[in-house]
Design a protein around this ligand. Sequence first.
Ligand code: FNR
Length: 183
Amino acid sequence: MSGPRILAVSGSLRTGGFNRLLVDLAVKKARELGAQVDVLDLKAQDLPLYDADVEAAGLPPSVVDLRERVGNAQAFIISSPEYNSSIPGGLKNAIDWASRPPGRRFQGKWAAVMGASPGPFGTARMQPHLRQVMLAVGAMVLPTQLHLARAGEAFTPDGALKDEARQKDVEALVTELVDRVKV
Ligand code: FNR
């Protein structure tokens, strides 16, 4: 029997960004639990800005691919930075593209949301916005919150979390997600 299909994404496009590192740790744990994880790289995806005219004229291959992958997923892992106290535009744009037509690809699927930032708040202002958007597209968001503050000091050079308790937090969140999908 194969495990749940999970789509994992970092809201930051930056190579080596803290949120990519957090996604990598979450993906490792999900795979250990038997999940089939598809990692969506928003930089490689190179999505155009959402535009209903483009949608009407014929979808770009990157959007077709995104919609297929979101539709195929049974659950989501999202780690995102906070930009100006909210969701980075690239991530919001991807959710907007994947959400059309409404009520389909996210409906009834669980999402684990987390975020890392170099400052003291660990994306605490962004996460309520992301939760609201995910609920708006029909997903269900795990109540467990994970904020990685002072991310600049949080990782070892090889991408592990220095604080074992924070590593356990990531693993617990992913385990909760995989368990929800199994139910
Ligand atoms: C930021 N950053 C930021 N950080 C934060 O804690 N609160 C904020 O409101 C913002 N706003 C903001 C806006 C813009 C446009 C940028 C580019 C950056 C800093 C941000 O947290 C930092 O660059 C992170 O390192 C980005 O995450 P990754 O790329 O490391 O995953």
